[in-house]
Design a protein. Structure first.
Length: 202
């Protein structure tokens, strides 16, 4: 069985609320470089996750989480426990990020990564409520969905930081988003240049 067959990914999206994803794997994932284009919260459910950035090492155990600012580049290693690794992701929509930013004007905006440890079952339950909100949109009205996402982001504010609202993308980020949105396309430099309204030489 190859490594791809041992890794399962599922992604759900809800307009104006956010995105959630589940990652499961049955083999250890060696260190690889990871770049995120959106502010994300990752909750570790099974196994162990190690993140290295700027000489700093963060180790996560089940129940721990990490907040990652957009455009952050880091090295990641996932290790299974009894043959299982599982993590859950949440990415928040910009309109909700903006409201939270206004609600906590004195909080610092996260620049890279913040580990969220020992926050207890209430934090995990808040995380899971947001996941349910996105996975089961027909059961949860928009006003409740937004409130649940704001509650989860308030846990991040409790640690002293918040996510900043995403601003205009730099060139590399635009290219990554474009290719990621349509990976089935055979992108050439000319295609990218035309889509970005710039010369091919740029």
């Amino acid at each position: 069985m190859n490594s791809e067959a041992r890794i399962q990914r599922r992604v759900w999206f809800r307009q104006d609320v956010g995105l959630t994803a589940s990652v499961r794997q049955r083999n250890d994932l060696l260190v690889h470089t990871f770049v995120t284009d959106h502010p994300a919260l990752i909750l570790l459910r099974r196994g162990r996750k190690t993140i290295k950035i700027n000489g700093k090492k963060i180790s996560l155990l089940p129940g721990d989480a990490v907040a990652i600012a957009p455009s952050t580049t880091c090295d990641v290693q996932n290790e299974t426990e009894r043959g299982e690794f599982e993590s859950s992701w949440i990415v928040c929509a910009n309109p909700i990020l903006s409201k939270v930013e206004k609600a906590f004007p004195d909080h610092q905006k996260l620049k890279h990564i913040a580990a969220l440890k020992n926050l207890g079952d209430e934090f995990v339950q808040s995380f899971e409520r947001v996941m349910h909100t996105i996975v089961l949109p027909d059961r949860i009205p928009d006003v409740v969905a937004e409130h649940r996402m704001q509650e989860l982001l308030a846990w991040l504010a409790y640690t002293g930081v918040i996510f900043g609202v995403e601003t205009a993308s730099d060139l590399q980020r635009k290219v990554r988003l474009m290719i990621g949105a349509a990976p089935e396309n055979m992108w050439t430099s000319r295609d990218l240049a035309q889509s970005l309204a710039m010369s091919e030489a740029t």
